[in-house]
Design a protein around this ligand. Structure first.
Ligand code: PFF
Length: 451
């Protein structure tokens, strides 16, 4: 007999749980560095347009697939149509690729937290502190282990609920503190040019890569095309409005990302005069900039301690749900003890995380398609597999099970206001655009066209 699925209590419960998983390093670490790298305002504009169209439609689709079938991704697609079971499997690969390198960044967060706790905040603001740290071999590996171990302990002990409750309280504090830091940064000399860069779209900086980066970020940040929303949907009570929940999650998640960008991007102009190399810094940007901001604030060291602790909790809730997802995918396939599965996942995660961390030091000369390991794993999941999963999901919903099937599920709680838009996006706009973006980025990567 199938076990009855437990469910969230009401919409707020669902929104909080989904937002807790959604808000993480994607908002605080990834969004700001992509915004800096891909032209500021033009990236922001692309992101917002994609969020209210593709993001909205795909979230609706995934959550309603989950609620309709009551199953997690790996089984949900197949239960709606046998031939499409493979899509569930493809989706499940994504958290497996993301989890290891997510833990690498989690390790960096712990390192910065510890640095500030030991009163070394000023040293962390020095120009070569970050590169000096990540190019080492042993130290980043130690922090990586610590981060994986902490995630695994929570998953193994099954105390996620406790951590989530705790982080629910901390999240508003994180938002308020980020907003405070952003406002403070804006008062520093030079910030004006940064704000202009961040908010004013410069169409000369537009390229297909900007849209691809924004699309990948959208998927990453909202946990789309990872199977996770289907699982969340399967726990959602039938009397909770999917449409309203999606609006709230999107607003919350994008709001935090935009605030994080406002905190970090203008600071590049304050501290380096908008240096192009710094704007292109990528994965290290948050770690380069925040200590410099904190070093100019009285009691900045304490703010650093609190801030990195909050980032740590935001990251932890996300890596917990990533690890949970991977553990349950494996458990569904091979029925072994949960503890054994957890240990296998920890071992696999460590093994795959090592190249990502070593890629900044010992293995820095090894490049895959010109990318270091971490950027490669990031690119392959966010810019290749997730768009493919999203494209196939659109075809599946638009032409196999038909949007009506999901519209009915969404309308269980009252009129589905955006039904027409949803149908048009899923059937026509999203698949055509995603395909075009994917093809042009591959051709661009192969050097066939220059965009
Ligand atoms: N959306 C999270 C973030 O922005 O950091 C990442 C994530 C968490 C993805 C949990 C998937 C997941 F299951």
């Amino acid at each position: 007999m199938e076990k009855k699925r437990s469910s969230f209590t009401g919409r707020i419960g669902f929104v909080f749980a989904a937002a807790g998983s959604a808000v993480g390093l994607g908002n605080l670490w990834r969004f700001p560095y992509l915004a800096a790298k891909y032209g500021g305002g033009i990236f922001l504009l692309s992101y917002v347009i994609l969020a209210v169209t593709f993001g909205f439609a795909l979230m609706l689709a995934e959550i309603s697939i989950g609620r309709k079938t009551g199953k997690s991704a790996i089984e949900a697609y197949g239960s709606l149509n046998k031939k499409w079971g493979f899509l569930g499997k493809l989706t499940s690969i994504v958290p497996m690729i993301i989890l290891p390198y997510y833990c690498v960044i989690g390790g960096w967060v712990i390192k910065y937290f510890v640095t500030f706790v030991s009163g070394q905040g000023k040293a962390a603001a020095e120009a070569n502190f970050f590169t000096g740290f990540i190019s080492k071999t042993g130290e980043p590996i130690v922090w990586l282990f610590v981060y994986i171990a902490l995630t695994a302990v929570v998953v193994m002990l099954g105390v996620e609920k406790g951590i989530e409750k705790f982080s629910k309280v901390l999240m508003p504090v994180l938002v308020a503190l980020s907003l405070g830091i952003a406002i403070y940064t804006l008062t520093l000399p030079g910030a004006g040019a940064g704000v202009k860069y961040y908010f004013m779209p410069d169409f000369d900086k537009f390229s297909v890569m900007t849209v691809l980066a924004a699309l990948g970020q959208l998927f990453y940040s909202l946990s789309i095309s990872m199977g996770i929303l289907i699982t969340y949907g399967s726990y959602m009570p039938k009397n909770t409005s999917i449409e309203k929940s999606v609006h709230q999650i999107e607003l919350f998640d994008s709001g935090i990302a935009i605030i994080a960008g406002l905190m970090i991007v203008p600071s590049v102009f304050v501290f380096t005069g908008g240096n192009e190399d710094m704007l292109q810094a990528g994965a290290g940007l948050m770690f380069e900039m925040l200590p410099r901001i904190f070093s100019t604030i009285p009691l900045g060291n304490i703010i650093g301690v609190v801030f990195f602790l909050l980032v740590f909790f935001a990251a932890l809730t996300s890596s917990i749900s990533l690890m949970e997802t991977v553990v349950s995918i494996i458990q569904d396939k091979i029925h072994i003890k949960r503890t054994t599965t957890c240990l296998i996942v920890v071992a696999g995660c460590t093994l795959f995380a090592l190249p990502s961390t070593l890629g900044f030091g010992l293995w820095e000369n090894i490049k895959i398609f010109g990318l270091n390991f971490l950027d490669f794993f990031d690119f392959i999941s966010n810019s290749v597999i997730m768009p493919i999963v999203a494209l196939l999901t659109c075809i599946f919903v638009g032409y196999v099970i038909k949007p009506k099937t999901l519209s009915e599920e969404i309308a269980l709680t009252g009129k589905f206001k955006s039904e027409k838009i949803f149908t048009v996006i899923i059937k026509y706009i999203a698949p055509v655009c995603i395909l075009a973006i994917l093809i042009s980025s591959v051709l661009n990567g192969l050097g066939v066209i220059k965009i």
